[in-house]
Design a binder for this molecule. Structure first.
Ligand code: BYC
Ligand code: FE
Ligand code: FE
Length: 478
């Protein structure tokens, strides 16, 4: 195997030489039926027999890895794909910096690595579970297809982590792989591991916000894990990142198309009052802002505590690096460095220099925020082009937080600390309300006619794979 071409013949497409590793092949084939059962139970509801125009990875060559074609989702070729090995790769950071990257798991780091791989793996099926009802209310066949593309790829990301668990972590790895199929998003007794992955994704605006913000946490975390000394994890994450780009594209352009439609309605009818905008079948901009506040703050929670010894240990030992570690020019060990962290001290939000090693969650969160700002800017360009004054923005980092320094306080979106009474009185201005949810629910009607789009969203600029917007991206048999 050259590590680039993919063995596409067997049950599990792969470029990891599965045919020559009977023990692993058997473990994955034993896990496969449980996965398919999970997919049929918890995957996209009502569309398991539809033919969907999906891309499937058939090579890890950046020039040509995707093949498009109509597939029934349960027949999608979920495979194990690693980016090509970098010959002579050395560990880029931490106390083992400069040593050869590990091809096996060092005994002393087994538990730490397993924990991070399990957490990463847990988010993937969680997102599929969160999105499973959305097919019923898709605003077009184009959007329906994009939802399913994201879903099958999150399924593949689960395979990516299960491969690592089963190949490198023995019996415990196999048990964890099994557990990944049994936890359920939002379940009272057996929930998914991280907060945001137990929230609901009740409507398409939430879906587009989730893929804008939460999938971007995926990008940042995968980028940090792609630096790992454990080479198979690094290679797995590097390939996952190529898929992640499409998820964020779906989210950002989805919100942009909603904003575009809203602006068009506001201009055409000369209205700006939310009630008037709603009466015309579009989503008012203040409600879009409230959804931003919610999904952004839920996603910031995913970075963990601002000050974390877990993060310091993971870095020191070479397991999880920083965003673009290989492009940074410091000593990559951070033993004497400091980093500014936002803290909540005596009820005040202050910035404090702390040892850089303990501040790595904060640092990754800062990188996430920089990466996010561009997308909001592009949404504002749409509003600006329509000649309207309104601007969308990201709320303050302390707003609506449940993990870390700000978990114990309430602030407005500008970061001003509020008393419990002030919060209770004003909360509905900041975050989506029951009335908002009820209104959005009235808009969530399926549009399944070829080339048609719901009233609240503009058509895309271009279709998928060079196909037009009015292509039959999903063939539904009703
Ligand atoms: N919810 O020392 P701390 C994606 C726990 S998204 C619940 O700060 P650490 C995707 C924490 O586990 C990317 N619990 O933790 C997107 C710890 O518990 P224990 C997913 C939380 O480890 C869309 C305790 O609090 N990948 O791929 O420094 C669709 C102490 O906290 C939360 C990863 O996250 C929370 N939000 O940081 C599909 C990468 N936050 O162990 C997919 C792997 C913290 O003391 N994970 N806790 O019981 C990590 O790197 C780290 O686990 C975290 C947390 C960054 C998440
Ligand atoms: Fe993923
Ligand atoms: Fe994703």
């Amino acid at each position: 195997m050259d590590g680039i071409s993919v063995d596409y013949d067997g049950l599990i497409p792969n470029n990891v030489g599965l045919a020559d590793d009977p023990r692993l092949k058997k473990a994955l084939e034993t896990w496969h039926p449980g996965y398919i059962e999970w997919w049929k139970d918890m995957g996209p509801e009502g569309f398991q027999d539809a033919l969907v125009y999906l891309r499937t990875a058939v090579s890890v060559d950046p020039q040509g890895w995707a093949k498009f074609g109509f597939v029934k989702m349960p027949d999608y070729k979920w495979g194990v794909l690693l980016a090509p090995a970098v010959p002579g790769r050395t560990i880029p950071f931490g106390k083992h910096k400069g040593e050869p990257a590990w091809q096996e798991v060092p005994g002393e780091y087994r538990a730490m690595l397993r924990r991070l791989i399990v957490i990463q793996g847990d988010t993937e099926p969680a997102s599929v579970e969160q999105q499973r009802h959305l097919g019923a209310t898709a605003p077009s066949l184009y959007d329906l297809r994009n939802l399913f593309q994201v879903n099958v790829e999150e399924g593949r990301h689960l395979w990516a982590m299960v491969y690592l668990l089963q190949k490198y972590f023995g019996t415990q790895g196999r048990e964890e792989a099994e557990e990944l199929l049994h936890r359920r998003s939002g379940h009272q007794d057996n929930p998914r591991m991280l907060g945001a992955f137990n929230e609901r994704t009740p409507d398409w605006l939430s879906f587009f916000m989730f893929t804008t913000f939460t999938d971007r946490d995926g990008k940042m975390q995968l980028a940090a894990l792609a630096q790992s000394a454990f080479d198979p994890l690094s290679r797995t994450c590097r390939f996952m990142l190529t898929e992640e780009a499409h998820h964020m594209f779906v989210g950002e352009t989805g919100v942009a198309r909603i904003v575009e439609k809203t602006c068009e309605v506001m201009r055409r009818h000369g209205v700006s009052d939310p009630a008037a905008v709603r009466a015309l079948g579009a989503i008012d901009l203040p409600l879009i802002q409230r959804k931003i506040n919610l999904h952004y703050s839920l996603t910031l929670d995913l970075f963990g505590n601002e000050i974390s010894t877990n993060a310091a240990n993971a870095f020191n030992s070479g397991i999880k690096g920083r965003y673009r570690e290989d492009k940074l020019t410091d000593d990559h060990q951070l033993l004497d460095a400091t980093y500014p962290v936002m803290r909540c001290i005596d009820g005040q939000i202050v910035e404090q220099q702390v040892p850089a090693l303990s501040a790595l969650n904060m640092r990754l969160r800062d990188d996430f925020i920089s990466d996010t700002i561009g997308g909001v800017g592009r949404w504002n360009k749409v509003i600006e082009r329509a000649g309207l004054d309104f601007r969308l923005s990201l709320p303050h980092q302390a707003h609506n937080r449940h993990i870390g320094e700000f978990a114990g306080i309430e602030t407005d979106p500008d970061g001003n600390i509020l008393t419990a009474e002030e919060w209770a009185a004003r909360r509905d201005k900041f975050l989506p309300t029951a009335a908002d949810a009820a209104f959005i629910a009235t808009l969530m009607q399926p549009v399944h006619k070829v080339g048609e789009y719901a009233s609240w969203i503009a058509p895309p600029k271009t279709g998928i794979d060079g196909k037009p917007g009015d292509y039959e991206y999903v063939k539904i048999f009703e």
